[in-house]
Design a protein around this ligand. Structure first.
Ligand SMILES: [Zn+2]
Length: 521
């Protein structure tokens, strides 16, 4: 009888008659129980030491979802990082929190919901999983009985958003942070500067936002608000300040920092621009040091991403200062200049107590400690790992969700394996994870959902779930249910959109071969 109730509760059925649990990403271990936990007004959110702030978040989110305002008493007999939702705060004796980062246990019985985390993030992810199971039917909120033990495959799971190309409001960003947190992404990769706009308020150099941002930027106060909002939801905001290329907006404010010093204007077109900072001018580093110090003070992120992709830098070839730098340091060509620039900027970032992330163009010459983000091809992560260097992956052919779904179908996102084949186990450990990239050229605020969903959910599972548990047909069944829930919350799911011509041009422009058969899979 209970089993039948359970089936009715969660809706759809997989082949063979077993009900589908609407979980994305799929957990490491799951045991199905019988029966369900019914959430009623008499329940409390009882928390052990160190979990009050998360218990408050749970109470607030549960009230928003269910209308039930639950009490949240501290319960000294609960362990650290343990929350019990129910009418009494009893922790089953067989349960103890896992001891490693982001890991969690979730036990749902007819009596209670027990959430236990290896750390703050783990406890939060336990709650996120339970929220996915929580379901309303005829005014009654309940979740099926389960025991779940879970932890991520990779420590970094990111989404790149790009307000440099299309400005995004703080509300739109917070809304995407909520969704990232719901699916256990833990990094918002925030592309704050590019040829088309400078979005970071500098108090030292206000011309950056006034001229380079054309007045559209985030104040430091707004950014701190976003950082705190995201942090509370398990998401770190990592700034990307793209340099030495992709810097037209910066140079519109400070043209003297390029080789020629010629005035330029903020770009309003797409494509790769030749403007770049001059690596040989000492004033470039005198400018970047206080600027990056401001960035470091606003973002507690371990990493500052400095882009370093697509450096055309035609200026560098006709610059006496660059020639002199090459000669004096026995460097060769553009690569030599780029390597010098990267070393100087990395020293600034390390001096600020941070680490440097950069796109894969710098893999062959980056100083030790710089982490590579592979985007052109995943094999750059392989090159990095073979050097003993850490890497994250977001290759164009699997994770560029700014492309339409003919060019990047859901199935291909799901099929992605972040660890390049052929790495030794100790090299594979250097792959810290990866992300989805939603570049902003065409991603206006009202298109974000359509580009991200459902493909971001496939990538959630790619970066979290054990590869041997991945199963595309099963994912699609769960996606159906998750989609129904998300659409009820106002999330818009995209279908194949007609921006085909742009996508094709962009891919060719980036030097990626469009293989036959890639268009529709
Ligand atoms: Zn120069």
């Amino acid at each position: 009888m209970m089993g039948i109730a359970l089936i009715a509760l969660v809706g759809g059925k997989a082949e063979g008659g077993q009900e589908v649990l609407p979980l994305i990403p799929w957990p490491v271990e799951i045991e199905r129980g019988t029966g369900q936990y019914v959430l009623a007004g008499g329940a409390q959110v009882c928390y052990g030491p160190g979990a009050q702030e998360l218990a408050d978040l749970m109470v607030a989110e549960l009230e928003k979802t269910t209308g039930l305002k639950l009490a949240s008493p501290a319960a000294a007999d609960l362990g650290e990082r343990v929350v019990v939702i129910g009418e009494s705060a009893t922790l089953p004796s067989n349960l103890s929190p896992p001891a490693f980062p982001e890991a969690y246990l979730l036990q749902v019985t007819a009596d209670s919901v027990v959430l236990a985390g290896g750390d703050r993030a783990g406890l939060l992810w336990a709650f996120r999983t339970w929220q996915q199971l929580l379901h309303e039917e005829q005014g009654q909120w309940s979740s099926p009985a389960v025991f779940i033990r879970d932890y991520p495959r990779f420590p970094r799971r990111s989404l790149l958003l790009d307000p440099a190309r299309n400005f995004l409001s703080l509300d739109a960003l917070k809304r995407q942070v909520d969704l990232l947190s719901a699916f256990k992404f833990n990094v918002l990769h925030f592309h704050l500067t590019d040829d088309q706009g400078w979005r970071f308020e500098s108090k030292a150099f206000p011309r950056l936002q006034e001229v380079g941002g054309e007045g559209r930027f985030y104040t430091q106060e707004q950014l701190r608000e976003l950082v705190a909002y995201a942090q509370a939801r398990g998401v770190t905001v990592m700034p990307e300040m793209d340099m030495p290329g992709h810097s037209t907006a910066l140079l519109a404010a400070f043209p003297e920092l390029s080789c020629s010093g010629k005035p330029v204007e903020v770009s309003h077109t797409v494509g790769i621009h030749p403007n770049a900072l001059c690596p040989a001018k000492e004033e470039v580093y005198e400018f970047l040091q206080p600027l990056l110090a401001e960035v470091a003070a606003v973002f507690p992120s371990e990493f500052i991403h400095i882009g370093s992709d697509e450096v055309m830098a035609t200026d560098w070839e006709q610059c006496p200062a660059c020639d002199k730098l090459l000669a004096e340091n026995s460097l060769e060509g553009k690569k030599g200049l780029h390597a010098y620039f990267l070393r100087r900027v990395s020293e600034i970032i390390v001096g600020l107590g941070k680490r440097t992330l950069a796109w894969d163009e710098v893999t062959e010459f980056a100083p030790a400690g710089v982490v590579i983000q592979a985007w052109r091809r995943q094999s750059w992560a392989e090159v990095a790992a073979r050097q003993g260097r850490e890497a994250v992956v977001s290759p164009i052919l699997y994770t560029y969700v700014d492309y339409n779904r003919l060019l990047l179908p859901l199935r291909r996102c799901y099929s992605f394996d972040p660890v390049p084949a052929g790495l030794l186990p100790e090299e594979a450990k250097l792959i810290l994870g990866g992300g989805a990239n939603l570049w902003g050229e065409w991603a206006t605020e009202d298109r974000l959902d359509l580009q991200l969903y459902p493909r971001l959910l496939a990538l959630a599972e790619v970066y979290w779930s054990p590869p041997e548990q991945k199963n595309y047909p099963d994912f699609l069944l769960r996606l159906d249910q998750v989609r129904t829930k998300l659409e009820a919350q106002g999330v818009r799911f995209g279908d194949v959109n007609p921006a085909m011509v742009w996508d094709t041009v962009k891919l060719v422009g980036k030097g990626v071969q469009i293989a036959a058969g890639m268009l529709v899979k």
